[in-house]
Design a protein. Structure first.
Length: 239
């Protein structure tokens, strides 16, 4: 399988921390998040890895290189204007459309078994599988409601208190089928705001797999400071 790492964001909520270092290259447990995710993909059989860039793009290219040291072939795109989490895939359509592929958000430190979620995806046979984990505070996350067969029946991005009908939040890890491109509109679409709700509205089968532990998010100064003190085995991971 091939994979896409989303790495174009500016990380504005991190203030001066990202003034000279793009958010995906911030270190957790002594390793840049993006490099950790690339190595995770390589360990699970990924050979071709796509990375979109925008903010401090040269820093990302220099840090990641061609991927040969990880056993990967890395392909880059540069976005003059941000294309959104879903729109970014269009630049790699020919490569990604060869079969099912992973999408990972390049600013979440996670250590999930990609083979396990790929097997779950094959078993369910849907257009996509979203990795989920339980979280108490879901205000800044996308939440999913599952039925008894793990099919997603609702997906709400950054819910209001009245919309908080689930504690299962989006990990920023997907397995997607090539036909997902039929649901990615022009412009700068986002998976959580645009694509997933459109899939559900049209009755397309989208599934959720609940992971056994949370990830480490570094969205704010406080979260990043907290992340640098966490243990690699997931103990005390970010809520």
């Amino acid at each position: 399988m091939n994979a896409m790492l989303l790495a174009a964001g500016k990380g504005t909520r991190l203030g001066s921390i990202t003034a000279s270092t793009p958010k995906p290259l911030l270190e957790v447990h002594g390793t840049p998040v993006l490099r950790h995710l690339a190595a995770l993909c390589a360990r699970h059989g990924v050979t071709d890895l796509c990375i979109n860039t925008h903010y401090l793009a040269d820093r990302i290219r220099t840090a990641m290189g061609d991927g040969s040291d990880l056993g990967l072939r890395i392909h880059y795109s540069y976005e003059e204007e941000l294309l959104g989490t879903a729109g970014a895939l269009r630049n790699f359509r020919d490569l990604l459309a060869q079969g099912p592929f992973f999408v990972l958000y390049g600013d979440n430190f996670m250590d999930y078994d990609l083979g396990e979620i790929a097997a779950f995806h094959r078993e369910k046979g849907g257009i996509g599988t979203v990795a989920l984990y339980e979280k108490d505070d879901v205000r800044h996350s996308g939440i999913a409601v599952l039925d008894a067969q793990s099919r997603i029946t609702r997906f709400i991005e950054k819910p209001t208190p009245e919309q908080t009908v689930s504690r299962l939040v989006n990990c920023g890890l997907y397995v997607l089928e090539p036909r997902i491109f039929d649901f990615i509109p022009d412009g700068s679409p986002d998976f959580g705001k645009d694509v997933f709700p459109a899939l559900l509205a049209q009755g397309a089968p989208l599934y959720g797999m609940v992971m056994d532990r949370p990830l480490i998010a570094i969205d704010t100064v406080e979260m990043y400071r907290d992340a640098t003190e966490k243990k690699a085995d997931g103990e005390n991971d970010a809520e």
